[in-house]
Design a protein around this ligand. Structure first.
Ligand SMILES: [Zn+2]
Length: 145
């Protein structure tokens, strides 16, 4: 079992740990308190007092709010009950032309906008990008993920 101190876990979360160390830690058996340490670090970084129950993405958590379990951004913006799709309560930006797609996938890495768009979900409180999904043109009217 690999034993990690809090600073190492912070570096792992921030992506600043050298790859060989990160690989070793993530591929090994976990410390008994790894999950609690991870949640504690995340909780120390947010401005609100409610407990983080589970991180569900970068900047996004399920928290024990006064109204019940809810999805919340690092900034404190709430997206509603954790059992509902948080993306339905975001600002949605669609990259549907070559220029906007090439801002993130330059040159030959860009998809053909005639075939695919990129839907991005942003927090209404701080405009942080919380997630993205490719969206094939043929499925644009029926996809909710
Ligand atoms: Zn936010």
């Amino acid at each position: 079992m690999t034993s990690c101190d809090k600073k190492t876990i912070q570096d792992l979360i921030d992506g600043t740990l050298p790859w060989p160390a990160a690989k070793s830690i993530t591929s090994s058996y976990k410390d008994d308190d790894r999950c609690d340490t991870h949640l504690q670090i995340l909780w120390e970084r947010v401005p609100w007092p409610e407990q983080i129950l589970c991180p569900i993405g970068e900047h996004l958590h399920i928290v024990q709010a006064a109204s019940g379990r809810a999805v919340r951004c690092d900034c404190g913006h709430e997206f509603g009950d954790y059992r509902q799709n948080w993306k339905l309560n975001t600002l949605v930006r669609v990259r549907g032309d070559r220029e906007s797609i090439e801002e993130i996938y330059p040159g030959r890495y860009a998809c053909d906008p005639e075939w695919m768009r990129i839907r991005e979900f942003l927090c209404l409180g701080c405009y942080t990008l919380l997630g993205s999904r490719p969206l094939h043109r043929a499925f644009r009217s029926c996809s909710t993920s």
